[in-house]
Design a protein around this ligand. Structure first.
Ligand code: XMP
Length: 520
């Protein structure tokens, strides 16, 4: 096992929408990396970080603007390999004495490049003379190269689509190898970090787990840790990891809001308390939550009430444990990466997702956040490494406010029970059809709309249930899932026959944007 510290790639972010994908590709190549915003990287921070190689991301700026962002000069003098991507290539060229011009032929989307020379970046992927698909998104383009560089690929809009200075190990590409629309892009990035930078590629989840267990032990010593367990992937993985590291010094608090899916509370208690033997406080607070939500119909109001009530209940239960200094949290890397903002100004709040944002401050405890450097799919992989059942590891995301935001309008215990039944039938059919993993999120919504129906010979006047299923990679954008009609018809029939209170089912075919995934 190699020391991670001497095997780290630094990605300097110039504000591209897809910088995180560069990190994903580097880690898929078995190499640890971190993303730092360009305006926080200095000569000193570079020396302290001691990267094995540096990748300069794309970004929205033009090298012609005043105050255009630059890489610190040390990037090019510290004798490490550098890969510049799109804007990263342009600033590298401009900073090293070449020329970048606004292009009259801008390229956006799919483009073809001609591979004009051999290059270590192309090993195992592209051969000299071949024509390859890439994804471009640029206005400026490189017009003349700094000394020492040669051209290795060209496109119609970019005569310097890929460039190489093998002596200094500096490489640049005008296209985006990190996106899937550049089919061999992942191989190009892997070649850079493995063959050019010489990283060993042994950064695996088993490696990460051992390191994380050791780090937690070092941080916590003999202290006690409290963790809020929700049954979602992140808190479940943290629970098992912490338990492996510190055993019974960990106590989990599971606040049952009464707004969970059917049987979910039993499953959580069954797995963590009964199977893993983790000390677990199960606080059944359904009545309290529903009481506080009585008469409330505004979605943001619901979120605020649920968030505040959660914190109160959690705090009260945590106090009972006594003497805990540490609070476990399932913070992930995307929450930690500082984003680069060029167009400042407050962004509009569509929904306030961070329901329990104030918890750590209020509890005045030290945080233990073993997943801080991981992406979601890495957390899943870690969960598998820790032996968590697939049913937990592969779970669809579930919002903190739970079913409260899947019942538009005012809630009641009866409505929650009706929705739980419909949702359970829908998910059971999806699992039986083998579709669960192809879907990002699927759930039922109970609408505050009654319609007339006929069952047997009787008239009914019951609620409408909407079914939602979407595909997505990050929840930021989403497409509705295309079920076959026979399947969705079967689900509708089962729900109407088996769930009292629902007499009509509709399927939501809205994408995000313009819709959101949840209805509230
Ligand atoms: P939207 O509805 O904004 O959802 O398209 C994107 C993702 O976020 C989840 N979501 C929430 N998660 N608290 C959460 O913890 C919330 O208040 C909340 N609202 C939405 C949603 O389920 C989807 O995965």
């Amino acid at each position: 096992m190699t020391d991670q510290k001497n095997n780290t790639i630094l990605i300097i972010d110039f504000g591209s929408q897809v910088t995180q994908l560069i990190a994903r590709r580097v880690r898929e190549a078995g190499v640890y990396c971190e993303i730092h915003p360009f305006n926080k990287v200095t000569g000193e921070s570079l020396a302290a970080f001691n990267p094995r190689a540096i990748i300069l991301s794309g970004g929205p700026a033009s090298v012609h603007e005043a105050d255009t962002p630059k890489a610190p000069d040390e990037v090019f003098t510290m004798d490490v390999p550098v890969l510049g991507i799109c804007y990263g290539q342009q600033t590298m060229v401009a900073q090293l004495g070449g020329d970048v011009q606004p292009a009259d032929h801008r390229e956006f989307g799919r483009a073809m490049v001609d591979v004009s020379d051999d290059c270590v970046l192309f090993d195992g992927a592209w051969a000299k003379g071949s024509r390859e698909q890439v994804w471009m998104s640029h206005g400026d383009r490189v017009d003349s190269l700094p000394e020492g560089f040669r051209v290795v690929a060209v496109s119609d809009g970019a005569p310097f689509a890929a460039i190489a200075d093998d002596a200094r190990k500096f490489y640049g590409v005008q296209f985006h190898p990190e996106v899937v629309h550049t089919p061999h892009g992942a191989q190009l990035i892997a070649n850079f970090v493995r063959h050019v930078a010489g990283c060993s590629g042994d950064w695996t989840m088993a490696h990460f787990k051992d390191q994380a267990v050791a780090d937690v032990r070092a941080q916590v010593g003999g202290g006690k840790v409290i963790l809020g367990l929700s049954g979602g992937v992140d808190s479940s993985v943290v629970a098992v990891l912490l338990h492996e590291a510190i055993g019974d010094q960990l106590t989990c608090v599971f606040v049952d809001t009464g707004l969970m899916r059917m049987n979910e509370a039993d499953e959580v208690v069954g797995l963590f308390r009964d199977h893993y033997n983790i000390p677990l406080i199960h606080k059944d607070a359904g009545d309290l939550f529903l009481g506080k939500l009585d008469g409330v119909s505004d979605p943001e109001q619901k979120r605020k009430i649920i968030g505040a009530t959660f914190i109160d209940v959690f705090e009260e239960e945590a106090k009972k444990v006594g003497g805990a200094e540490f609070l476990g949290q399932g913070t992930l890397y995307p929450d930690v990466i500082e984003s680069v903002s060029f167009h400042g100004g407050p962004s509009v709040t569509i929904k306030s997702h961070h329901n329990v944002g104030g918890l750590p401050e209020r509890m005045n405890m030290k945080l233990v956040e073993p997943l801080r450097t991981l992406f979601k799919d890495e957390v899943r992989e870690l969960g598998r490494e820790l032996g968590l059942p697939e049913r937990f590891v592969g779970r669809h995301p579930f919002p903190g406010p739970g079913l409260a935001i899947r019942i538009p309008g005012v809630l009641s215990r009866d409505k929650v029970a009706v929705l739980q039944k419909a949702d359970a039938i829908y998910l059971e059919e999806i699992r039986n059809a083998g579709l669960y993993d192809a879907i990002w999120q699927a759930f039922a919504v109970l609408l505050p709309v009654q319609t007339v129906g006929v069952m047997g010979d009787a008239r009914t006047y019951d609620n409408v249930c909407a079914l939602r299923a979407v595909t997505s990679t990050d929840g930021m954008t989403a497409d509705f899932f295309h079920f076959d009609q026979e399947f969705i018809g079967r689900v509708a029939t089962r729900i109407i026959n088996e769930v009292r209170g629902i007499n009509r089912v509709v399927y939501d075919i809205t994408s995000k944007p313009p819709g959101t995934i949840e209805w509230e």
